[in-house]
Design a protein around this ligand. Sequence first.
Ligand SMILES: [Zn+2]
Length: 164
Amino acid sequence: MEVIPSFTIDHTHLMPGIYVSRIDRGFTTFDLRITRPNHEPALAPSAIHSMEHLMATWFRNSEVKDDVVYVGPMGCLTGMYVIMTGEYSVHDMRRLTIECLQWILSQTEVPATTPETCGNYLLHDLPMCKWHAQRYLKMLQEDFHFEYTTLEVTLADGRIFADA
Ligand SMILES: [Zn+2]
């Protein structure tokens, strides 16, 4: 297996915020961390699924829509990844995410929740999605974290571990 040249973030010190997870070949992967890993309850699958539909809809209709490559949930259910082309900083992403969360809070339904448009259309929870959106919004506005603490974690066979 190929060695993945990536640092590993120290999840024990990771606070909710926005971080640059990786930059490769012109693509920046942003870590939109919504809950504190291993200290706070993660989002329920239904809530983060609704967050995905809403966030993807907002980003793909926003002023930066042409630079949006991907919006999707983390497997650990504590945040979202947004992949962008072009030059964007965590501060740009903070401004965009605040606008996105404010829009989510004004929504009364989750887009694309029919059997034709979603792979698990019953797995949604707008009230819990909005509860997390409200809480995350407040954290981004009042106590913004954007610098990772990193760890070097190498597996026994020499491979470097990476979670994204
Ligand atoms: Zn879906």
